[in-house]
Design a protein around this ligand. Structure first.
Ligand code: 3HC
Length: 332
């Protein structure tokens, strides 16, 4: 009876029916292992979790430019300088694809950037460690980009279309990054005794932080279960970490160097690579903003953002002028 319907009740019912149909469609797409696109209905929690992960990932790419940019002017040859410059530019590009992917979920790039410069957003723990020697460029390429590939190749199949598609290009470029890092280490490992020591020292310092990039152990990973149920993550943090250890254990033999972990071995029972304990207290400290370079990285990002204010202003003024000219042309 009409008098039983509360004001707005009908539209609330319509809304509920739309939500139910949206959820059904979403569940069907996920069950088919197909893709959710920006205009599809999606649960708020799925949207929030994607913005969380993609924006953190974008911030990591942008902050990750700093430890390597630090060596561009000091690279040992013109060839190395141009390769490193191209790599750092690639990382900027990755950040941009990722910010664009996150924007399709309704969060603006300005909002994400503001959260980062205000120190409220996370970015990867790995970029809070110093790069004191040239061999660090090799170790970052081989180990950090190697870990990124291990983690990100499965993300090419992430259920959210724009994220998965961005990952395809990112992973192709990361493969080049990893090889250039490996080649730097190979050359140093076969160079003078001092160069060899420098290469081994860099591998020793980057080993544990690169394993921690995969995130906390599975028992301590609050997001993994739901993220895997939604087909965003395909493998758990420990599973990917173990694969990465196996990959490095083989490749380090070609380098003629060693990994600073005597516990590494292939476990015949689990068919996985085991490694020694990691210092998860250190990881938590880095995440809390108290790692060796957190303050420096954030301050640098903040000042770069402030220095770029005039560029953003000029680009906005130019875009407004173009839009006005186009509107006049359409009206004429
Ligand atoms: N650094 C900083 N924070 C981390 C972290 C790390 N290495 N690992 C986990 N965390 C955070 C998580 O973000 C989460 O915090 P939140 O709930 O506030 O977001 C918390 O620790 C618990 O971790 P979970 O395992 O529950 O989180 P996830 O399920 O999201 O898994 C992840 C973490 C594996 C990093 C996942 O988010 C992921 O795969 N992200 C995409 C890849 C990415 O961001 N890589 C960063 C490096 S990019 C890079 O390396 C660039 C290249 O040029 C080298």
């Amino acid at each position: 009876m009409a008098q039983d319907v509360q004001p707005g009740g009908e539209s609330a019912q319509n809304q509920a029916a739309l939500e139910a149909a949206g959820q059904e469609n979403f569940d069907r797409i996920i069950a088919k292992d197909s893709r959710i696109e920006p205009r599809d209905w999606m649960p708020n929690a799925y949207r929030r979790s994607l913005v969380r992960q993609i924006s953190q990932h974008a911030h990591s790419e942008i902050i990750g430019m700093q430890p390597e940019a630090n060596w561009i002017s000091r690279a040992p040859s013109l060839k190395r300088k141009s390769i490193l410059m191209a790599k750092v530019q690639d990382e900027a590009g990755h950040g941009l694809y990722l910010y664009s992917a996150a924007e399709t979920l309704g969060t603006t790039r300005d909002e994400m950037t503001d959260a980062l410069v205000a120190g409220k957003a996370r970015y990867s723990s790995i970029f809070n460690y110093p790069t004191p020697t040239w061999a660090d460029m090799g170790a970052i390429g081989w180990m950090v980009d190697g870990a990124a590939i291990c983690n990100q190749v499965p993300l090419c199949r992430a259920s959210y279309g724009p994220y998965g598609r961005a990952m395809v290009r990112v992973c192709k470029e990361e493969s080049f990054h990893q090889r250039q890092g490996f080649e730097i280490l190979l050359e140093l490992a076969n160079g003078t005794p001092e160069q060899r020591v420098m290469a081994q020292d860099a591998v020793n310092r980057w080993y544990a932080p690169s394993l921690m990039m995969f995130g906390p152990p599975d028992d301590d990973s609050p997001n993994s279960k739901q993220s895997m149920a939604w087909n965003i993550k395909r493998f758990s943090n420990d599973e990917l970490r173990s694969r990465f250890v196996g990959m490095m254990a083989e490749q380090v033999k070609v380098l003629g160097l060693s990994l600073p972990d005597e516990a590494i071995h292939f476990n015949e029972d689990t068919k996985k690579w085991d490694h020694g304990p990691l210092d998860w207290d250190e990881f938590k400290e880095v995440l809390a903003g108290r790692g060796p370079c957190n303050a420096q990285r954030l301050e640098r990002r903040r000042s770069a953002h402030e220095d770029g204010a005039w560029v953003r202003e000029a680009a906005s003024a130019y875009a407004a002028k173009q839009a006005a000219t186009n509107a006049q042309k359409v009206a004429a």
